[in-house]
Ligand binder design. Sequence first.
Ligand code: C2E
Ligand code: MG
Ligand code: MG
Length: 408
Amino acid sequence: MDTTFGVALLDLDRFKEVNDTLGHYVGDELLREAGRRLKETVRAVDTVARLGGDEYVLLIHDMNPENIPVIAKKILACLDKPFHWQNQSIDISASLGVSLYPAQCSDASGLLRCADIAMYIAKRSGKSYALYTPELDRTNCNDLSLKSELREAIQSDQLSLDYQPQIEHRSKCVVGLEALVRWNHPQRGFLKPDQFIPLAEDSGLIGPLTLWVLKTALNQMLILQQQGYDLTMAVNLSARDLQDTALPGSIQALLAESGVAPQRLILEITESAVMTNTSDALAILTELDRMGVMIAIDDFGTGYSSLAYLKRLPVDKLKIDKSFVMDMENNDNDAVIVRSTIDLAHNLGLKVIAEGVETHAAWDTLTILGCDSSQGYLMSKPIPADKLETWLRKSAWSSASTTALYTS
Ligand code: C2E
Ligand code: MG
Ligand code: MG
């Protein structure tokens, strides 16, 4: 057979957001309209099909590799024009991955797999399209093998938590800890959360990972309480966790099992996690609030919180993103953002914590501005569990270090 053709896999970028905010009816209409536009864009000999969800596959006959940029741009351009729904105009974009028959693969599932890998890479690199190459496969294999190893890592004991102290400005004393997950990979060494949390989110493993973190952090709390420390524990939730309506129940069970008071647990969620998934997130947060758990907005200032919406959320604390805090001394805009966030939090009756405090100057400025507490390398880097007790006993930021003088 001397036919050649290209398989183009297309995925709408923010479709879930449209579905969640405007409803499934609008989502369905948008899918229909996207299908119509795609059909109008390709030639009659080509095929457009919807694979499911917000994914379409296009079969482009006689596709010459040199023409790929032109064809890809043309396909993507047809989605550029906003979609209209009643009086709203909805902007949407897409990512495209292309594979070639027979040059790259000769069977249908192989071609789709290659196009899928190319699309994944296009999305991740922020480009709108990519052509499959064997190198892409290697990057993807890397991620894929990490994904399957992560499942294993959660079950065996390859994950661990470091704890970063949170210091109150008024007393200059540690009042809480933030649990930060690490993966001690048998071959690759210690991996940072940024290297595997996105994979966990992609592959449905974030639920078990979050529960592992919560359970481990609560156990640590129990040990500290037995040693006489009265601290809070902050745990990070991912955006995906706020779609899991079973989460409050699981947290309730873990709290009951550990005997830690709900008020001692602070759940940190990012601004964008709440804003993109409003209905589920609101229900879950309301339930957690009802249970007495504290809620903090992490990385505050980097997202696009609507203040009106923020006011409706059961939030207890804002956490100013470290990018503003670290640049505050040199950049007037950042200083203004830090100052206004502190005032905003207090005006809304919320507590405020700063992260990324690396210098005495930053600590002093935050004290003057009335910030309630801070965490950062100045006071301590995140501490592995087995070193935590020593830090709490010896650090100048710990009341234990002064009490120890009296008791010994
Ligand atoms: P985050 O929650 O904003 O955590 C603060 C990050 O800033 C931590 O990085 C911490 O080590 C770092 N940091 C703290 N103080 C300073 C400082 O003074 N200077 C600088 N340059 N950095 C500082 P880490 O541990 O790499 O965590 C990165 C992100 O990964 C976290 O950001 C959080 O969003 C996420 N993460 C960590 N643990 C978990 C987890 O258990 N579950 C989920 N879903 N996400 C997690
Ligand atoms: Mg955090
Ligand atoms: Mg943060």
